[in-house]
Ligand binder design. Structure first.
Ligand SMILES: [Zn+2]
Length: 279
């Protein structure tokens, strides 16, 4: 008797057919997923977060393979006297605040700059991370502010300010009163005056006379902490954090949170500070 006529054989054939169909559907889905992956925008979730940034786009390859990446753990710095960084941050009115979906970013009008090693770097924008990206001897802070500067030649210098929970900080009100809550939302604030000197001064480090130089800075060569993770970024993280109230920190975190890249290996780089050694 021919085997094919047996009902059991039909069942086997049917199952085979079903399996082939399932396989085809799976393969199609897999293709669809990998095609979608190429378009996935970077972010901070498992599927698009720091661990996979380098795989999301060829342009982000440094996020995976760069050797001079940021942020880092600020620990065991070499104490040296480096030429001070000159800050020129005049009072400005009329600011643009934008929720990029990754952070809250404030575009700065022209006129603010820092001078590093005789090169002037105009301030482009500042933005925030919660919690902090840099850590100090393993300690993470509640937030971190980054002021991004770019010279005419295109070299980048970022000033980092650590923020910890404490007293309310009115210096940030001009931004905090107008935080855009929805990704893509932008607000133009005409009436607010931005006082970056006050924002950076935990205890009156900067006086009204300008330009100023700030002592007590960590300095190292790193990268952008977001894709494309470009390197050759000069980093200056102020050693003294500023305080903000829990309510202020929560107001930010209610909109953006966990937008911090984990610390990266130092890979033999020098971490410097101008903090004087304690006798
Ligand atoms: Zn940043």
């Amino acid at each position: 008797m021919n085997n094919w006529t047996k009902p059991r054989t039909y069942t086997v054939l049917l199952i085979h057919g079903l399996l082939i169909c399932i396989c085809m559907i799976c393969c199609m889905n897999e293709k669809k997923i990998s095609a979608d992956t190429e378009k996935v925008e970077w972010g901070y979730e498992t599927e698009n977060g720091p661990d996979v940034w380098g795989k999301l786009s060829k342009e982000y390859i440094l996020c995976a393979e760069g050797r001079h990446q940021s942020p880092i753990d600020l620990v065991n710095p070499t104490r040296v006297k480096f030429s001070p960084i000159i800050y020129e941050y005049p009072l400005t009115t009329g600011i643009d605040i934008r929720n990029t979906g990754h952070t809250i970013e404030v575009a700065c009008p022209e006129g603010s700059w820092i001078q590093v090693d005789d090169t002037r770097h105009p301030l482009l924008q500042f933005h925030f991370h919660a919690p902090s990206e840099h850590t100090v001897a393993g300690k993470q802070f509640d937030m971190e502010m980054h002021l991004v500067h770019k010279s005419e030649e295109g070299s980048l210098a970022v000033v980092g300010l650590l923020i910890e929970q404490g007293s309310p900080n009115a210096a940030f009100d001009s931004v905090w009163s107008h935080l855009p809550t929805v990704p893509g939302e932008a607000r133009r604030v005409e009436e607010s005056t931005l006082d970056l000197n006050r924002m950076l001064s935990p205890n009156g480090q900067i006086t009204d006379a300008s330009p100023h130089s700030l002592p007590n800075t960590y300095r190292y060569d790193g990268s952008l902490t977001t894709p494309p993770c470009s390197e050759d970024v000069k980093w200056f993280v102020l050693t003294t954090p500023v305080e903000m109230s829990a309510a202020q920190i929560d107001a930010f975190k209610a909109i953006i949170h966990d937008n911090n890249r984990p610390v990266q290996p130092l890979n033999g780089r020098e971490l410097l500070t101008d903090v004087e050694a304690k006798e």
